[in-house]
Design a protein around this ligand. Structure first.
Ligand code: 3EB
Length: 360
């Protein structure tokens, strides 16, 4: 019943968009925000105490630091139309900060943010495996064993390293870590993305929860964890999306989504057609997720995208296509990044939040 309603409902409530700030200020629970540099400063001054973490895009260093007194990671990726862009993980007070070796993080009652920056010491697969195992130990010890979403940023992602592309080496290491920690390789793998950066360190950040989310697949695509061997010796360990609910709202983390049908890249070399196919895939995942939504009345929705483009000159076209398909009140940021298949020109990830009407 709910599946056909989500998009329409959002449009119906478009005029309420500016009520979001009031909702954000008075809300409890966690949320992901996408902010400009100016808004980030303002937001941190006001809400720093209940902030779990921040990710700065456009910066020059791939370092983990806490300039804003919260766990923070900096991703070297050019941002269309701006110097910097911030992704902020907002939580509820009290926020507990944690640090273990090279991992910094923070959690509130419901959700945990953790990040690390990796200097390559051995092979990329060995380093990735060790990093993922440390991250798994970290979230498990903190009491948040259920991975919702993982972001992976990898220098020279398409570079061949002794006969195997670095993305494929990364996939091997990640896969091995799931196996080594006794984690499921199919059901309940997190939503994720894997993109190239101009930096020199592998950056990984996680959102994890005390209770499991609901993984969502895309009927138009073979599950990534079932990809055939032609895409690498170990299949990528991610789900197409993860739905996480909290009191009053649900959040759909849509994984990096590209012009793939079945397991094959389609529209090689054609940016516009790849964008259209990607949008069909985004809609397909969202429709699939709406079937798993709680059967509560929708008060408002919010949709934001990060579009990764090999060429930032394509940003206006992508923004136009997304606005045309999803409405002009969506939030879109375009970032310059290499995509993990050499024939893909773009990849788009999303966060779709549904706020439910309150019951008394
Ligand atoms: C794809 O659908 C495109 O390895 O974590 C998208 C999202 C992709 C996540 C990952 C890879 C990953 O296969 C690539």
């Amino acid at each position: 019943m709910a599946q056909t309603q989500t998009i329409d409902r959002r449009n119906q409530h478009r005029s309420e968009k500016h009520g979001l700030n009031a909702m954000t200020a008075g809300r409890t629970g966690w949320e992901v925000l996408h902010l400009t540099a100016a808004k980030f400063e303002q937001h941190m001054a006001q809400h720093g105490k209940r902030t779990l973490g921040a990710i700065a895009f456009g910066g020059r260093t791939g370092s983990v630091a806490s300039p804003a007194a919260v766990p923070c990671i900096s991703v070297e990726m050019a941002v269309a139309g701006d110097e910097r862009f911030f992704e902020v993980i907002g939580g509820s007070s009290p926020v507990i900060q944690l640090q273990e070796a090279d991992i910094v993080g923070a959690h509130d009652d419901a959700v945990l943010f953790a990040c690390l920056a990796l200097t390559q010491e051995h092979s990329l697969e060995a380093d990735t495996c060790a990093a993922y195992r440390r991250l798994f130990d970290f979230i498990e010890r903190a009491g948040f064993p259920h991975l919702l979403r993982a972001w992976n940023y990898i220098p020279h992602i398409n570079l061949d390293e002794e006969g195997l592309e670095r993305y494929r080496r990364f996939s091997v290491g990640r896969h091995d870590a799931f196996v080594a920690q006794g984690r499921s390789l199919g059901e309940h793998v997190p939503a994720a993305c894997a993109l190239g950066t101009r930096g020199d360190r592998v950056l990984i950040y996680f959102l994890a929860a005390r209770t499991p989310g609901t993984p969502i697949e895309n009927p138009r695509q073979i599950s990534a964890y079932d990809y055939p061997e032609q895409y690498g010796p170990r299949s990528p360990t991610f789900s197409r999306a993860m739905l996480a609910t909290q009191a009053g709202s649900s959040t759909l983390f849509i994984s990096g989504t590209a012009s793939i049908v079945g397991h094959q890249t389609v529209h090689c070399g054609d940016l516009s057609a790849q964008a259209d196919e990607t949008i069909v895939n985004l809609k397909s995942v969202m429709a699939e997720a709406s079937r798993a939504q709680p059967a509560a009345a929708v008060a408002q929705t919010r949709l934001m995208f990060k579009a990764y483009l090999r060429n930032l000159d394509d940003a206006p076209l992508i923004k136009n296509k997304l606005a045309h398909e999803f409405g002009t009140d969506i939030e879109v940021v375009c970032l310059e990044a290499d995509i993990c298949r050499t024939d893909l020109l773009l990849e788009i990830e999303g966060i779709y939040t549904t706020y439910f009407e309150e019951h008394s």
